[in-house]
Design a protein around this ligand. Structure first.
Ligand code: PLP
Length: 461
């Protein structure tokens, strides 16, 4: 066992952490490294003996909670039996066939086949290639552009990072790539015109999307990718009527709809999939995170009948489907997914997310909606957010240098609660494990309330 100080020195010297100020980390002027040593239920603990409620489920993924030995045993058993074999050229495992049948049966849309990767980013990278492949096979080589949305988050690789609609993910990285466009953000609080109803706002977004398609030329637009509920862009449920108005536009111009269910999938919104909640009929679906609850890396691209038929019919002409990863369908990840889905189904975690989620949403509203400096309280199921503004009436933002969201998150953390300062604006986000109980929700809300009070009560006038 290394002493904490030795480990911290090693870490500062050698680990390139994602989304971390590297200079501050190296010099020691940033937050001290947190060595996470264990987890049970909704709590994690660190090497210095601190315990935290993880109200963000890691990164919206540990839906079944920490420390589920049933999953650890399934992983160990698979590792003992067969830790690895590839899935190229029709090689398979029992766990892979079982999981794929399961996903096809439960997925929204007319699901047909499943392709596996290891992350949400690579899943969305595959989606882009499928859109291009499909249109090439149909003899439509110009129909390649993909529309995502401002404030959407789809990952950090080259194409998924381009799909992500927040400029700070692009800066200095030469993104977005050409051929990836961004439509208007479905964020009523910030996006609506004065006096505009939610329905009218949704109609306008659909109209603007159609205008964009016509401007670009519909023969050049191959796909539209969207999260059912905006996640990293601020945890924003869609405005009323949004999906009912957007989908006919896509159909009119024969544009494939890719549902990015990386956060929403497997119960987070209180429905099995976000698509089920909002009546979305996708052609392609990306899942990751909740698929294994983070117990092992795995993503899945669920290919709908419409796309799959074209791919299969072309096989005589074009040969093998030339896309895959060494670890596509990795036996250990797939075994983890089966064990996790057993728990999700047996414990009806979507049902829990619906029932406890309603209690959570109500608690958020009751505690925070009337507070000074809280501009909006929003969420659905087990996702929620508080948006802080300097003036509720005028929606004047705080100076970003004041880092209000970061301060509230830090105050919560000092009290043993992990709630995330979302990257775009002053937002405190929650996405607790789906096993969270009402009593634990009370704890989360009580601590969050104290943290918010601390920051605003001590703010210079
Ligand atoms: N899509 C959505 C909706 C996400 O929230 C994320 C990650 O947060 C991704 C894709 C990317 O997943 P990963 O970080 O596993 O690459």
């Amino acid at each position: 066992m290394h002493a904490y100080d030795d480990l911290a020195a090693m870490d500062r010297a050698t680990v390139l952490h994602p989304f971390t100020n590297l200079k501050d980390h190296r010099s020691g002027s940033g937050p001290a490294p947190t060595f996470v040593t264990g987890g049970q239920g909704i709590r994690i603990k660190d090497a210095q003996g601190n315990s935290y409620i993880d109200a963000f489920a890691g990164l919206y993924c540990v839906n079944i909670g920490y420390g589920r030995s049933e999953v650890a045993e399934a992983i160990a058993e698979q590792a003992r039996q067969l830790a690895y074999y590839h899935s190229y050229a029709a090689h398979s495992t029992e766990a892979l066939a079982v999981l794929s049948k399961r996903l096809v049966d439960m997925a929204p849309g007319r699901a047909s086949k499943v392709f596996y990767g290891l992350s949400g980013s690579d899943g969305n990278e595959t989606q882009a290639k499928l859109v291009w492949y499909y249109n090439n096979l149909l003899g439509r080589p110009r129909k390649k552009k993909i529309i995502s949305r401002e404030r959407g988050y789809h990952g950090c690789s080259v194409i998924s990072g381009s799909m992500t609609g927040m400029s700070f993910y692009h800066d200095y990285m030469d993104l977005p790539f050409p051929g990836i466009l961004h439509a208007g953000m479905p964020h009523y609080y910030w996006g609506a015109a004065p006096g505009e109803s939610e329905e009218d706002f949704s109609s306008r977004l659909a109209r603007e999307l159609e205008e964009m398609i016509l401007r670009e030329d519909p023969d050049t637009i191959g796909g539209f990718i969207a999260e059912p509920v905006l996640g990293t862009g601020g945890i924003v449920p869609p405005p009323a009527g949004y999906w009912d108005k957007i989908q006919p536009v896509l159909k009119r111009y024969d544009i494939l709809l890719i549902a990015d269910e990386v956060i929403c999938g497997f119960g987070r919104t209180g429905a099995a999939f976000g698509c089920d909640l909002y009546g979305i009929e996708p052609d392609l679906v990306t899942v990751a995170k909740g698929l294994t609850s983070g117990y092992a890396p795995l993503s899945a691209v669920i290919v709908g009948e419409k796309v799959y038929q074209v791919i299969e019919e072309a096989a005589d002409r074009v040969g093998a489907f030339s896309h895959g990863y060494t670890y596509s369908g990795h036996p250990i990840s797939v075994a983890a997914a089966n064990a996790v889905l057993d728990i999700v189904e047996r414990e009806d975690l979507a049902g829990n997310a619906r029932a406890v989620g309603a209690y959570f949403q109500q608690g958020l509203q009751q505690r925070f909606a009337q507070m000074e400096f809280v501009g909006q309280v929003r969420g659905v199921g087990m996702m929620g957010a508080l948006e802080f503004v300097a003036d509720r009436a005028t929606k004047k933002r705080f100076d970003s240098a004041a880092s209000i969201g970061g301060k509230v998150s830090a105050a919560a953390r000092r009290r043993g609660l992990i709630a995330r300062a979302m990257p775009h604006g002053d937002i405190l986000g929650f996405s607790p494990p789906l096993v969270t109980t009402r009593a634990e929700i009370d704890e989360i809300l009580d601590i969050a309330y104290e943290a918010v009070r601390e920051v605003f009560d001590t703010m210079p006038a």
